[in-house]
Design a protein around this ligand. Structure first.
Ligand code: ARG
Length: 259
């Protein structure tokens, strides 16, 4: 009798321990490293992410910080090539990619996206006095166009120019390298997101943004397809941070609305 009782107790104990362990490890699996939220970005994209000294600041950095705080995690930002963010999220190197990243159907095949938190526009930067005055001239095949590798600017321009004019697409690892090439007449135009474009134009004289935007897009955070738990938690945090005014205030801080 005593033996049976102790057996029952022992089994019970093992069961509870097993359960405790299971719940513990399921929590742990929500992020790549316990207690951390590892975000991959490409930090040459003011006002979304850029360096101030050796700190990465900007809209994405601040929103991510607020999300991490809500989730009780410590944010770690890794600055990588834009074109390697999705692969790194897929392989489980990073918990999320946040880089003024546009939601596209093709990217949705590889990663899950959060709800959108901002709108982006692909803008066209040219030199003042440039013969390129609209999208039609831009895509005529006569002009070379600089883009950041793997961005929607790259994807759409490459598509629109087609194979015949594929040599007119000039890819750069950073947006500012494309702008420097434009300033020094190595290329004829740059297609890049509107807000960074404004910053580049403000920082380099003799450049302007064409009035017609090339495309309008939504920005969101991307996650590993297998980690819907983290995506859902982040979506919840995004909603709360929108409702309580945190996200609007962060955006207003970096992109002050006129008037
Ligand atoms: N919105 C564009 C895209 O998703 C460009 C994003 C580039 N982001 C960056 N942090 N450099 O393709």
């Amino acid at each position: 009798m005593k033996k049976i009782l102790s057996k029952i107790i022992a089994t019970g104990l093992i069961l509870t321990m097993g359960l405790a362990f299971a719940s513990c490890s399921s929590k742990k699996s929500m992020t790549v490293q316990k207690g951390k939220l590892i975000m991959a970005t490409n930090a040459y994209f003011q006002p979304y992410e850029y360096y101030e000294g050796n700190k990465i600041v900007g809209i994405d950095a601040e929103i991510a910080e607020a999300i991490a705080k809500k989730l009780g995690l410590e944010l770690e930002i890794q600055d990588v090539e834009f074109a390697s963010i999705i692969a790194g999220v897929q392989s489980g190197k990073y918990d999320m990619g946040m880089a003024g990243m546009t939601v596209t159907d093709e990217r949705k095949q590889s990663v899950n996206f959060s709800k959108t938190y901002a709108t982006g526009i692909q803008a066209i930067i040219v030199k003042e006095g440039s013969p390129v005055t609209d999208i039609d001239t831009l895509l005529s095949g006569e002009y070379s166009i600089g883009v950041q590798t793997g961005t929607t600017g790259d994807i759409y321009i490459s598509d629109d120019l087609g194979e015949d004019n594929a040599d007119k697409v000039v890819r750069f690892s950073k947006g500012n390298d494309a702008v420097i090439a434009l300033s020094s007449d190595k290329i004829d135009a740059v297609v890049i997101d509107n807000e960074p474009a404004k910053n580049f134009v403000a920082a380099n004289s003799g450049l302007k943004i064409l009035e017609t935007p090339y495309s309008v897009e939504d920005y969101a955070i991307c996650f590993n397809k297998n980690n819907t738990e983290l995506r859902d938690e982040v979506d919840k945090a995004l909603q709360e941070l929108t409702d309580d005014g945190t996200i609007p205030a962060i955006i207003e801080k970096y992109i002050p609305s006129e008037g």
